[in-house]
Design a protein around this ligand. Structure first.
Ligand code: SF4
Length: 378
């Protein structure tokens, strides 16, 4: 059976097309973010064009709440993902890790923050529960047919990962059978049809499809999903903490409880101190702003001083042994980082004062709005 109609690697910024009729089940993963929306709209378009008649499911993972009951993800993402699925008449499924959400796993089990090199948040909170659902769906498939399995159920598992987001994502194949997750009764093909799309392609697809994006993009955020994501930019983290102080306070509590900073590059203590300094500045309290900036500087300096690079561990890119930073070097880098955090704090405080977070969805986009969102995300 021919699975691939258009080999994507030959065509940069491709719109790869698979023969969808070769699959019994199509699973479209959705966090409700822009990449998920573009993925959904694109796959839905192919489903329509190819007259696919099999089962299509939009799968959303609920990552749970923190100790104070704050959702880990942005408000309203589940409702947004549901709306997007319903727009195409697709089945919508929400899954949550049976052993507990992200917070429970962080505090009760892992006791270490997730990180770029340790993405247990994605593997355990998203992929694991999704695969459990696939196992159940495959069993249902054979039950419905009432026949013994004489071939594996073909599952197309679609993800909205894009190469622009990281080198690791760019290196992932667009189409690949997931051997580890496949078995005698199911074959799971992992498909990343928008891997080579630019941010412009993404917003243009959303505009053409007439989908309503989550309002978070108009608040100044570049990404959705977890409000305080370890992979997010400094700007997004500062804005998220400004908009969600209760969640940020829980994460600060976790940071102290676990005894390690939220990320290697930034602690939640620094985020909160940066916001405090920016708020004091905005309120005109010069002395209070100066005091808060000193607190921020000390936190930055303390974290930087304990990094392997500052301690002189390991080797330089040229292969030479590293030297520990001098006091002067440490002070210089701490000053520069304090300025960056403070600048992001000012932006966050200013944006947070302007947005109405009770409005959770935008309307369908026109060309100008799509271009503004694409430009803002760069
Ligand atoms: S949004 Fe960030 S923190 Fe949340 S699951 Fe994804 S990578 Fe992990």
């Amino acid at each position: 059976m021919q699975l691939l109609l258009d080999f994507p690697e030959l065509n940069v910024r491709s719109r790869p097309v698979l023969n969808l009729r070769a699959y019994d089940l199509i699973v479209i993963c959705s966090s409700a973010g822009k990449d998920s929306m573009a993925l959904l709209a694109y796959v839905a378009q192919l489903i329509r064009e190819q007259g696919y008649r099999g089962r299509v499911v939009v799968l959303h993972n609920d990552l749970g709440v923190t100790r104070s009951g704050e959702p880990v993800e942005w408000w309203g993402v589940q409702a947004a993902a549901r709306e997007h699925a319903e727009r195409y008449g697709f089945e919508f499924v929400v899954r949550r890790r049976p052993g507990g959400g992200l917070w429970d796993q962080l505090i009760g089990q892992r006791r270490r923050w997730m990180a770029n090199h340790a993405r247990w948040c994605t593997s355990d909170q998203k992929e694991g529960p999704a695969m459990t659902w696939v196992t159940e769906a495959v069993a249902e498939f054979w039950e419905l047919l009432g026949v013994p399995a004489d071939r594996p159920v073909e599952v197309l598992y679609c993800l909205g990962l894009r190469g622009e987001e990281s080198a690791g994502r760019a290196a992932q194949p667009i189409v690949q059978v997931n051997e580890r997750r496949s078995s005698g009764n199911r074959r799971i093909t992992r498909w990343l049809p928008i891997r080579d799309w630019t941010i412009w392609d993404v917003w243009e697809q959303i505009r053409e499809a007439g989908l309503r994006p989550h309002a978070g993009y108009s608040w100044g955020l570049a990404r959705l999903s977890c409000s305080l994501c370890v992979l997010a930019s400094l700007q997004d983290l500062m804005l998220a903490a400004a908009l969600r102080p209760a969640l940020a306070a829980d994460y600060r509590w976790a940071e102290l409880e676990l005894g390690e900073p939220f990320t290697e590059r930034l602690s939640m203590g620094e985020i909160l101190a940066g916001l405090e300094a920016a708020r004091a500045e905005a309120a005109g309290g010069t002395a209070a702003a100066a005091d808060a900036t000193v607190v921020l500087y000390e936190l930055v300096r303390e974290r930087l001083a304990s990094t392997p690079i500052a301690l002189g561990e390991g080797k330089t890119k040229a292969g030479k042994p590293r030297r520990p930073w001098t006091e002067q070097q440490l002070a210089g880098r701490a000053t520069a980082r304090t300025s960056e955090i403070l600048a992001a704090g000012r932006r966050a405080v200013s944006l947070a004062a302007q947005v109405d977070t009770s409005v959770r969805m935008l309307g369908p986009l026109d060309e100008q709005a799509a271009a503004v969102l694409a430009g803002a995300a760069r």
